[in-house]
Design a protein around this ligand. Sequence first.
Ligand SMILES: [Zn+2]
Length: 488
Amino acid sequence: MNYRHRLFRTRLAFVSTALLFWTATGAAVGATPSDPPVDPGILSRIVAAAMKGDWAYDRLTELTDRIGPRLAGSPGLEAAVQQVAGVMRALGATVTLQPARVPHWVRGDERGELVVYPGQPKGITQRLHLVALGESGATAPAGLTARVVVVHDFDELKARASEIDGNVVLFDLHFDQRLAMNGNAGNAYAQGGVGRFVGPSAAAELGAIAALVRSVGGAEYRLPHTGATEWKEGQVPIPAAAVSAEDADLIDRLAARGPVTLKLLLTPRMLPDADSHNVIADWMGREKPDEFVVVSGHLDSWDLGTGATDDGVGVMAAAGAIEVLKRLDLHPRRTVRFVAWTNEENGGRGAKAYFSSVASAVDKQVAAIESDEGAGRSLGLLAAVTPESLVTLKPVAKALAPIGATVVEKRDDGVGSDIGALQHAGVPGFAPLVATQHYFDYHHTAADTLDKVEPENLRTQIATMAVLAYYLAELPEPLPRFKVEDAE
Ligand SMILES: [Zn+2]
């Protein structure tokens, strides 16, 4: 048993006696230095309340059924801003719409066909299942026709640099479902995703006239997965699309036998930046209303599905945390600040607007939580905190024991993209540790829809976020600052 475990045991031994000295509002009477810093009875009540009812699931249903897709710049996103603002006002929170200018990329027609390949019978072509990537450039209105060069990693791209000019590159990097099934979906996403994130830009630098990427995801339903691709400063975007994994395999098999020619039509447009908003809703603290624990998810989504799991579920889990505090009539010491971020998917402009609004008083941001890992069951917490803070967090894990969400995993490189800048400035960062085995089956596809959300799983995320937010906002002293490591 290590030092931390002993400390935990010691603190738990005080729980039963200390409880006698806590009033219903959580204020300590005759507290001694050994009393738990936050009433464990209240923490348990929060978890129990979060596991009852469907308030958040009903709000998620409204969001996805009435509005659907919510890409930056779309009318859907601004309708969602108004809808969520109304929901939070109805809870009695103080709502602010924080402006942010967001990129405005619009999907057009998209069609791909293999028109020449080895062994092709006369008159036969092969239709591909593909979708443009966010920020893709457009082909000419009549499309383009060119040879496809298949590469399986960036070393191969370099080795075959002389073949790229004037052709189309297919990045055939695999999402490794074995990693996902064993609880490491993030690693699978990073490994497979690098082809999408920077492949088209690298191909364009070598003279490619378009790029395809193998879809980054786990399911085998011939579904293409969209997502953002990054261009270098000043680079002119080439047409770039994700093909289904099955179609990537097909092209790879055919190209191994001889030249393959693709006909591709993509007509997306990049319009001028549009107006959007973060929805901020403050559940006022009773002692220190100007200190904040952020509890959040992102409101924008890709345009193919209805963004139920990415990230309607995160927004509604965060909203659900406030609803639980309202139901129990709990106002912790500090303000619990709900944020529905705009434009996480293709710009992060909402996160930037928020950070610049708080940067001069970032010490008042005492912690930040974001749920953006899909609709799986919560198994506990991811925490970008000091080692000592892990000890302080033990009562949260204990309160979550009835729902089996007791894992506290330390993450030195930070969690959650919208709260990244806050964490770089030293704000302790958190996310529910969510089961992600099947998150990437539907991620960024047309199948990211409400039926993929189990109400019970959503409740576990609400319980995790509500009890953690309350605890962090109620602690007599905030957790110490923790600077995350840079990803590079
Ligand atoms: Zn997301």
